[in-house]
Design a protein around this ligand. Structure first.
Ligand SMILES: [Cu+2]
Length: 113
């Protein structure tokens, strides 16, 4: 009689334990997902001056200012331009405000003005 009485109690407790760990997963996982999404989805913003343009390679070299989101100092470097229409906005010496994301090992400009 005692044994039968304790069994549902143990099951009940483990049920609560499972429910709690489910809640923890639900609290943690979407939070982590949200952080990863915001990193992937929101592009990095910077201003720069166009130094060199290579339409054939789909590259532009920019002397850009600090990039807060990446902790980058100002530097001159090449970016990939996959959207060829953006080349119409590029000219040597032009000051631009641009957005870029890291895709694989490349920094791809996604917006430019
Ligand atoms: Cu750079």
């Amino acid at each position: 009689m005692k044994y039968i009485a304790t069994l549902p109690l143990i099951l009940g407790l483990s049920g609560i334990a499972l429910a709690q760990s489910d809640n923890m997963d639900m609290k943690n996982m979407p939070g982590m997902d949200m952080n990863q999404k915001s990193q992937a989805a929101s592009p990095n913003e910077a201003v720069g001056v166009v130094k060199q343009i290579d339409r054939n390679k789909g590259m532009v070299t920019l002397a850009h200012g600090p990039v807060k989101s990446l902790g980058w100092p100002a530097m001159t470097m090449s970016f990939t331009v996959e959207n060829k229409a953006l080349f119409d906005k590029l000219a040597p010496g032009r000051k631009v405000r641009f957005e870029f994301v890291k895709q694989g090992g490349k920094y791809v400009i996604t917006g430019l003005e």
